[in-house]
Design a protein around this ligand. Structure first.
Ligand SMILES: [Zn+2]
Length: 395
């Protein structure tokens, strides 16, 4: 240790940080003071003469940590949270000078940011009674010491659930052009936005059904994301009650979710069971036989109806089951179990030969699709929930 550093024009914090990794159970301020005491004794000088007017490195920022903590505590008042993290930004000039100092005196130092964050954090904790969490805080408080500004990064509120769409004609997510006045997303998000006082919402679904298809049975898994929520402890039962009273969308199995579940939901390739109503002048027997012939791998070129917004290519998909379940007047009800991403309407009518094989081709007769419902999402084989700790972290 080079005691000559006591003569540098630094405050106790910045002086102590030069040897910040030496000696346990000490604050940098105590280290700095100790270095000066040693130097004063060794050289028989007055310790007060070793203090500069102003710290050359930080400019006296550590005298303001209480002020920063109070300002931050004031700013977070409108948000409900249990955990926080303090982050900070310093000018390039300060960082550069600190690096030079630390390199010169042996590289056992701690960075100014770490000490500053810790010191502000201790005071902030006292003021608010909240806990620090470095991994996944409800609020990250970023202090920019260059402009004396405080910015808040609020962890989004994430709610997992399953939805049933009971009516046709509404898209899953909000429609940019305004062609559809409502969506599954908006119906679910409305009460959550009211209760959480959030600023923005997004719905992440495990795939999506056609606008004119219903989503029935065990429902489709989703995660609703609310950005910048002011309240986090929202009553899930109350949200469910309000959504279900819409008569259009029903939700259930609600719980709080973690961020890494979103990708799992979006990337899940799960089999789906459909019911499709068709009209054709074939007999029941002919239909039953033709359905056997569409089981297995099928080739689907991007359907004409979505060609304008999706790349034109050929996809191979598997059909696991296809059977006739009912005849209702002129209408036949077919049940299909298919791999994720299969186009069921096209599997029925053939889409001018773009889906092969298809039911119409096997019958040698025209097939008209009257309606389509998703009746089951077979997601029980995959595990979406990461672990109990991360999933309930916003409760
Ligand atoms: Zn300083």
């Amino acid at each position: 240790m080079d005691l000559e550093i006591a003569k540098l024009k630094l405050c106790d914090h910045c002086l102590g940080r030069i040897y910040g990794l030496r000696g346990h159970g000490l604050s940098n301020e105590e280290r700095g003071r100790a270095i000066r005491i040693l130097y004063a004794m060794e050289n028989n000088v007055n310790i007060e003469e070793l203090y500069p007017q102003k710290c050359d490195l930080c400019g006296g920022i550590f005298e303001k940590v209480e002020e920063y903590a109070q300002y931050a505590a004031e700013k977070v008042k409108e948000y409900e949270f249990s955990t926080f993290l303090i982050g900070s930004k310093f000018s390039d000039d300060i960082l550069k000078r600190e690096k030079e100092l630390q390199e010169k005196y042996g590289g056992e130092g701690e960075s100014i940011g770490r000490e500053f964050n810790r010191e502000v954090g201790k005071r902030f904790m006292k003021l608010t009674g909240k806990e620090a969490d470095l991994k996944s805080p409800d609020i990250a408080i970023i202090i920019d010491t260059r402009y004396d500004s405080v910015e808040l990064e609020i962890k989004p509120l994430l709610i997992y659930g399953r939805y049933r769409k009971l009516v046709r004609g509404i898209p899953q997510t909000k429609w940019p052009s305004g062609k559809y006045k409502e969506s599954v997303e908006e119906i679910i998000a409305k009460p959550v936005m009211e209760l959480s006082k959030g600023e923005e919402h997004l719905l992440h679904g495990m795939g999506r059904e056609d606008i004119d298809a219903r989503m029935l049975g065990n429902g489709r898994p989703f995660i609703l994301e609310i950005r910048r929520p002011r309240k986090r402890n929202v009553e899930l039962k109350e949200i469910q009650r309000r959504v279900n009273s819409s008569g259009k969308v029903e939700i259930f199995d609600l719980r709080f979710a973690s961020r890494d579940e979103i990708a799992k939901i979006k990337n899940a390739n799960v089999r789906k069971r459909y019911r499709v109503g068709i009209e054709t002048n074939a007999t029941e027997e002919e239909i039953k036989n033709a359905l056997k012939e569409i089981i297995g791998k099928i080739k689907q070129r991007t359907p004409l109806r979505v060609k304008h917004r999706r790349a034109d290519k050929i996809r191979i998909r598997e059909i696991f089951e296809a059977r006739l379940v009912e005849k209702r007047g002129e209408e036949y009800v077919i049940e299909i179990l298919a791999e994720s991403g299969a186009y069921i309407k096209e599997l029925m009518h053939g889409d001018e030969g773009r889906t092969m094989p298809n039911l119409a081709e096997k019958l040698g007769k025209e097939v008209k699709v009257k309606w389509l419902d998703v009746i089951e999402i077979l997601d029980s084989e995959i595990n979406i929930q990461t672990d109990k700790n991360s999933s309930g972290d916003s409760m």
